[in-house]
Design a protein around this ligand. Structure first.
Ligand SMILES: Cc1cc2nc3c(=O)[nH]c(=O)nc-3n(C[C@H](O)[C@H](O)[C@H](O)COP(=O)(O)OP(=O)(O)OC[C@H]3O[C@@H](n4cnc5c(N)ncnc54)[C@H](O)[C@@H]3O)c2cc1C
Length: 392
């Protein structure tokens, strides 16, 4: 049987596109090379799927063209996805900062998408690779593990390179190049940073410690938790800033984002001149970190022995603590892949290629990457919906 639309990749974007195209009466074939669809949905949000964010805005996305995501995000909003979640009776809650999670399990989100696919008549084929794809007279000819197909529209929804053991491949990028598209350099995003040498020696034994901080790099800043690991640094504030960081970039941590460290220390010197610096710092920061910072250069004298200018400098250092990361943990643990199919050659309202009519790219394979907090799924839903509305 021939189909109108073939979608390669059964992740969040592919499933949403299949539902939307199927609901419009198209015969939709979805090919997934893994043994099941939606693996990242299942593992997301610690098993509860942070499926969207109430405060989605174009500013929450990184892309060489920051305007590209606007149209799709405006036409399929978090409220559209929430309406589907509510129609399926899935209980959810806002954790913080607009992040919506399932009360029970991410399995419910996947089941909802599969039920919608079934209602829309989508055919899903698992364990199936698209081996060769070529342009044909009236669309595309596909050679697949289950035989040849011809389709009018072809949607590439194969995601990025993160977590190869979950089925990630570079197929979408290769196909884009095959059809003459530019692919912007890819790298791991939302990923822990690694330290090495003395930089690691300074912090490795703090592994497990968490501190509320504000991370700063290349004009971006995120107030959230920092986690020391035995390989380096993680936690939401670090994961977020990792998407803005590249080796050699100036990365700073404000270890006391809610107050002026210098003011606090100078006041402490006035009222408690005999206490040691490490005691004063331990009232502001976890004790082990306070001690380590003193060992690394502040010294540990009674406060009265510091000049005001020295306390001022210590305060300023605490609010712009430099981090020399050696790299990232890479695609093995990254939540997303930055870069990808260049948006300059795609229509922002339909995701269709400007080079090859009938060819669409959606989701993470495109050079649009969201912050941590439900933004990446919202991009997958919105771009999948945009293409699903447009396919012929
Ligand atoms: C651990 C983890 C947790 C996350 N948690 C969240 C979260 O809570 N909230 C959030 O917004 N985002 C989260 N993300 C990011 C989010 O999962 C992705 O941005 C999103 O899944 C991208 O959707 P996609 O459909 O574009 O790609 P994917 O979901 O990666 O789907 C791509 C699909 O294509 C298939 N595929 C690949 N190559 C081929 C091929 N050659 N032939 C056929 N099929 C192929 C893959 O097997 C996969 O099923 C998380 C990511 C990870 C890794």
């Amino acid at each position: 049987m021939d189909y109108d639309v073939a979608i390669v990749g059964g992740g969040a974007a592919g499933l949403m596109c299949a539902i939307t195209a199927g609901q419009r009466g198209h015969r939709v074939l979805l090919l997934e090379h893994a043994e099941r669809v939606g693996k990242k949905i299942l593992m997301s949000g610690g098993g509860r799927c942070n499926f969207t964010n109430l405060h989605v805005a174009p500013q929450n996305y990184l892309s060489a063209n920051p305007h590209f995501c606007k149209s799709a995000l405006a036409r399929y909003t978090p409220w559209d996805f929430i309406a589907m979640v509510e129609r399926h009776g899935i209980a959810y809650h806002e954790k913080e900062l607009g992040q919506l999670f399932c009360d029970v399990s991410s399995k419910q989100i996947l089941q909802m998408l599969l039920d919608e696919c079934a209602t829309a008549g989508v055919r899903i084929v698992l364990n199936c690779e698209a081996e060769r794809i070529e342009q044909a007279a009236n669309g595309f000819a596909l050679r697949t593990g289950i035989g040849p197909f011809s389709v009018r529209s072809l949607v590439i929804a194969t995601g990025g390179l993160s977590i190869p053991k979950m089925g990630a491949t570079g197929f979408g990028y290769e196909l884009a190049r095959q059809f003459g598209h530019n692919v912007l350099p890819t790298r791991a995003g939302l990923v822990p940073l690694t330290l090495s040498g003395t930089h690691l020696d300074h912090y490795a034994d703090l592994s497990g410690l968490t501190v509320p901080i504000e991370s700063h790099c290349n004009g971006a800043h995120f107030k959230a938790g920092l986690l020391f690991t035995h390989r380096g640094l993680s936690g939401p504030a670090l994961l977020q800033i990792s998407s803005y960081w590249q080796p050699g970039d100036d990365l700073r941590l404000d270890l006391l984002p809610e107050q002026s460290a210098a003011d606090v220390l100078i006041e402490q010197q006035r009222v408690r001149p005999a206490i040691e610096l490490k005691t004063a710092l331990a009232e502001l920061l976890p004790k082990r970190l306070a001690q380590r910072l003193c060992e690394l250069g502040f010294g540990n004298l009674p406060l009265r022995q510091y000049r005001a200018a020295q306390l001022q400098t210590i305060g300023e250092q605490l609010q712009a603590w430099p981090v020399t990361a050696s790299g990232t943990e890479g695609y093995r643990t990254a939540e997303v892949t930055l870069g990808g199919v260049d948006t300059n050659e795609l229509s922002s309202s339909t995701m269709e290629s400007r080079r090859i009519p009938g060819l669409y790219f959606i989701g993470e394979v495109v050079d649009v990457t969201g912050w941590l907090g439900g933004f990446n799924f919202q991009w997958a839903w919105a771009s999948g919906y945009a293409a699903g509305q447009a396919v012929k």
